[in-house]
Design a protein around this ligand. Structure first.
Ligand code: SAM
Ligand code: SF4
Length: 354
């Protein structure tokens, strides 16, 4: 049997000099293809309370030793450098499941203190959010995106390998009660849940949530993604149109990944992120930090730059910023899924931070 790659963390030391040949001397996170990254995703853990089949292996990801995870102080310092030296405008904490970190409020609080002017959000599966939200909001959390693929309890349990749909609903209700609106919901389009997509949209509209469907990308730890099995945006639209009238209204802004559709004449919309069939790599403005403190310039690029060893080795802010700029200068032009012989990245989505 072929070995399953669990998306084990790779080590990538920042030694020598960053590769910046041809790079103009500008402060921001510019790449060779003219894009500038301003949107930072920081993964804070590989642990998760669910085991979504498109993301995690059944047994979960191998645990990252505690001393290899960035601490709240280190995370806040990196975000501060990103904001003050590199032009980052928003930060989102993700994972794994960010709520699995007992010190998430500390991470948010320190980040808020290091960069008070920027928006701080989390992407979460919502489980346990009802208990944690007051402390997170008090620490400086501005927004949450909650992942919800189906409102059918059996389908949810099969897709996530956990019967936790009521806990997700409780998390959504808590986010509403805390005034974190409009609440965004993310749904990965899967064949098993496609027939229930209109029910999910109806539920989102009824509960005042902004729903976005995402095409499944080849980022599952089990490497079972197949182009011919994935649900395309076009196929999803056809299913949604059996119940709703949809009119395309375009993107909220040019770098927004979701194309919006007006539902039944509005004012509500539904978003579709067609990462595979209508790639938006040319407008990508993301930069990512993994839970172990490496910069990842693209979900699909395994080249990483280790900022943690710089942090722990006593590097000053300008030195860390220089390596981060170098990492982003070498960002690949696109995910390359359309190429024959495309090979998915070593890390899975849960090990990168989606
Ligand atoms: N655990 C949190 C959650 O589920 O929201 C945060 C981490 S999760 C990796 C971030 C986002 O990535 C979720 O919205 C999830 O649905 C999405 N995701 C995971 N695997 C994916 C895949 N193979 N293709 C597309 N999106 C994926
Ligand atoms: Fe966990 Fe999020 Fe991955 Fe699902 S998508 S397994 S909730 S990290």
């Amino acid at each position: 049997m072929a070995a399953v790659n669990l998306g084990l963390p790779r080590s990538a030391r920042a030694s020598g000099e960053p590769r910046v040949e041809g790079r103009p001397d500008v402060p921001g996170l510019l790449d060779r293809h003219g894009r500038v990254a301003r949107d930072l995703r920081v993964s804070v853990t590989e642990k998760c309370s669910l085991r979504c089949t498109y993301c995690m292996p059944e047994e979960g990801l191998p645990a990252i030793p505690r001393d290899e995870l960035l601490t709240p102080v280190e995370i806040a310092r990196l975000v501060g450098i990103g904001v003050h030296d590199l032009g980052i405008r928003e930060v989102r904490f993700t994972g794994g499941e960010p709520l699995m970190r007992a010190d998430l409020a500390e991470i948010i609080g320190m980040t808020h203190a290091a960069a008070p002017a920027i928006d701080i959000s989390i992407t979460t599966n919502g489980i346990g959010l009802d208990h944690r939200l007051p402390a997170l909001v008090a620490a400086g959390l501005n927004r949450v995106n909650i992942s919800l693929d189906t409102v059918d309890r059996e389908h949810f349990a099969a897709l996530t390998r956990r019967d936790r749909l009521p806990a997700v609903f409780a998390g959504i209700a808590a986010a509403h009660a805390a005034g974190l609106t409009p609440l965004k919901l993310n749904a990965v389009m899967m064949r098993q849940t496609l027939a229930g997509a209109p029910d999910l949209l109806a539920w989102a509209l009824e509960h005042g949530c902004r729903l976005r469907f995402i095409e499944q990308m080849p980022l599952d730890a089990d490497h079972s993604w197949l182009r011919e099995n994935m649900v395309s945006a076009e196929e999803l639209l056809a299913v949604l149109r059996t119940r709703f009238d949809l009119v395309e209204v375009g993107r909220d802004d040019p770098s927004a990944p979701a194309e919006e559709w007006l539902v039944d004449g509005g004012p509500s919309t539904v978003g579709i992120i067609a990462s595979v069939t209508r790639s938006f790599c040319a407008a990508c403005d993301r930069t990512r930090i993994t839970a172990e403190g490496t910069v990842r310039s693209c979900l699909f690029g395994d080249d990483e730059t280790d900022l943690r060893s710089l942090l722990r080795g006593g590097a000053d802010d300008p030195e860390i910023a220089r390596w981060w700029r170098g990492a982003m200068w070498n960002k690949q032009s696109g995910h390359g899924m359309e190429r024959a012989g495309f090979v998915p990245p070593v890390r899975s989505m849960g090990a990168i931070g989606g």
